[in-house]
Write a new protein. Sequence first.
Length: 343
Amino acid sequence: MTDPDDLSELERLLAEPSARAVLRAFMRVTPSLTAVARAPDLKVLFVSAFGAQLIGRLPADMQGIPFDVWSEAVRVFWPDGREIPHEERLLVRAARGETVLGQEAYLLNAADEKVPILCNSAPIHDADGAVLGGVVVCSDVRKLKALEGELRVAYRELVHRVKNHLQMMSSVIALDARDPNLTAAELAELNQGRLQMLAAVYDGMVQAEAGQCIDAAAFIDLVCRPYRSAAVTVEITVEPAGLTLEPDRAAPFGMLVNEAVCNSYKHAFPERSGTVRVDLRREAPDRLALQIDDDGVGLPPGPARDRSHGLLLMRLQAEKLGAGFDLGPRPGGGTRVRAVMPG
């Protein structure tokens, strides 16, 4: 039993029943490695249950011991892998009156694994400002580090996709510029629809869980929304319900839908109202069929239609999807676009 005369002022303060009860309760429940040491000899007085478990010890084994014994049990390293020397250990610095916030480090756990930790330490003063001891609190940030890694991967994927989409838009605009029949106003209108399609891609990626696919029905609805009007009805069918698109395939798929629906919107109903139907179905476990019909005036006669700007763009997007592509008359009148793709 410790002689009361040998107790430090810090130990006498913490021996007060209410203070001791609060400290013990905190040490039982805090999800951190927390330790309290007295000054100047740095005898470790209290250790949290979580911290003792992290290094494979019982709290009773880690309390009431000299700091050099504590240091052997709790080995701590800088982020670059160098072991932190005695004079730089946070409890030592706290006993010198230093406060340290946000110190990143690693410690070896019971399995000799390096666990990333984020540490804060501070001195404990008496009413006159004298240093009685120090406290260190280190949080296990393995989950946070894993999340940071996931975010870095997600960021790289996003940058890659944005780059690909910008390159796609650059190629499409360059193709538009070579069409002598397009006016500046028509060019602006076309690319407004394409940019809205890309916005739908990113909106779908935001709504999906990280790394998940994009809901096909919601995505097609966003792509088609600019073309709905009092004169033009756009109907969408997706079967089965819950069908999804891979993020990397969403842009060329959306561009294909956008070009087909835009062409119907602009050319199929010159003097009357009409309907465009977008149908996406799983025809086989590994095959999707996209069909876009309108009940408009139909295709123009002659070979000129096969060289049209819109048709060329749709074929290019179908190639990116690995899809077979067909444009022809719809039974009963109008136009049909059909693309069958793996998926």
